[in-house]
Design a protein around this ligand. Structure first.
Ligand code: ADP
Ligand code: MG
Ligand code: MG
Length: 256
């Protein structure tokens, strides 16, 4: 079973003038396949910075700490290598990929990650099945990735990717944001299927507690000012729903 180990991770964002602005102030977290972790924190606390730096986004510079996946140094890997190693990131704001259809994109991604093209005979069914489960019209297979997709359609497409790619560790950055109640249920259903399959470690990054009514986390980490300030089981999410983040903010750093 896979383990992602984040140790004292410190990350700065690269500003246009070349300066570094420190955001993550030492994050330590272990995610094992089959576990579901929720990272919850207010806006601007550095949650997306954590997600992007795990995925290897060039805008972020790691200034300290380590990240390993089954003992392999993730920080030494390129973005592609991270994906092939089994890391998956669903972005808060999924990007358009002009000129590339959903069907081609997913097939290319699957080929890159498995090291061989999926069997033509079964792939079509697999793709259709995955899209159907997320209640995506089959016509989306021929549309360009995220071009003109609504917020909810982008998020469903991210979950289709996750179900098809079967990552070892999946980081979902505010996959619940901007979804109406029906879309939230559909998207949560996909996350729940991946959770139940037990092969993937899930890191659900969220601002709201509502997704956690559908996908129950094993661990909750409260994230404020670029670091984890409290940890607990799922009961901590209920406490946050009642009390909010207010009480953590007094002691938080400038990022909050
Ligand atoms: P969250 O996802 O928790 O809302 P982010 O990781 O997006 O937080 O942002 C954390 C902090 O980093 C915020 O204060 C944000 O303004 C800052 N930040 C992120 N990207 C940049 C950037 N490109 N330039 C300047 N500040 C940035
Ligand atoms: Mg934000
Ligand atoms: Mg964010």
């Amino acid at each position: 079973m896979s383990t992602l180990e984040i140790r004292d991770l410190q990350v700065s964002v690269k500003l246009p003038e070349g300066e570094l602005k420190p955001i993550l102030a030492g994050v330590t977290l272990t995610v094992r396949a089959g576990e579901t972790h929720a990272i919850m924190g207010p806006n601007g606390s550095g949650k997306s910075t954590l997600a992007y730096s795990l995925a290897g986004h060039p805008k972020y510079e790691v200034t300290g700490g380590s990240v390993t996946l089954d003992g392999e140094d993730v920080l030494a890997m390129s973005v592609d290598e991270r994906a092939r190693a089994g890391l998956f990131l669903a972005m808060q704001y999924p990007v358009e990929v002009p000129g590339v259809s959903v069907a081609n994109f997913l097939r290319t991604a699957k080929t890159a990650i498995d090291g061989e093209a999926p069997k033509l005979r079964t792939w079509g069914n697999e793709l259709r099945g995955a899209m159907e489960k997320l209640q995506m019209d089959p016509a989306f297979a021929q549309r360009n990735v995220n071009e003109g997709f609504s917020g909810g359609e982008k998020k469903r497409h991210e979950i289709v990717q996750m179900e098809l790619l079967k990552p070892k560790i999946a980081i979902l950055d505010e996959t619940d944001s901007g979804l109406d109640i029906d879309a939230l249920r559909i998207v949560s259903g996909g996350i729940e299927r991946v959770r139940e399959a037990g092969q993937t470690g899930l890191l659900l990054i969220t601002h709201y507690t509502r997704i956690l009514r559908y996908v129950r986390p094993d661990f909750v980490h409260v994230f404020v000012g670029g670091r984890i300030v409290e940890e607990g089981g799922r009961e901590l999410a209920d406490k946050l729903e009642d009390k909010g983040y207010e009480r953590y903010l007094a002691g938080a750093g400038p990022a909050a």
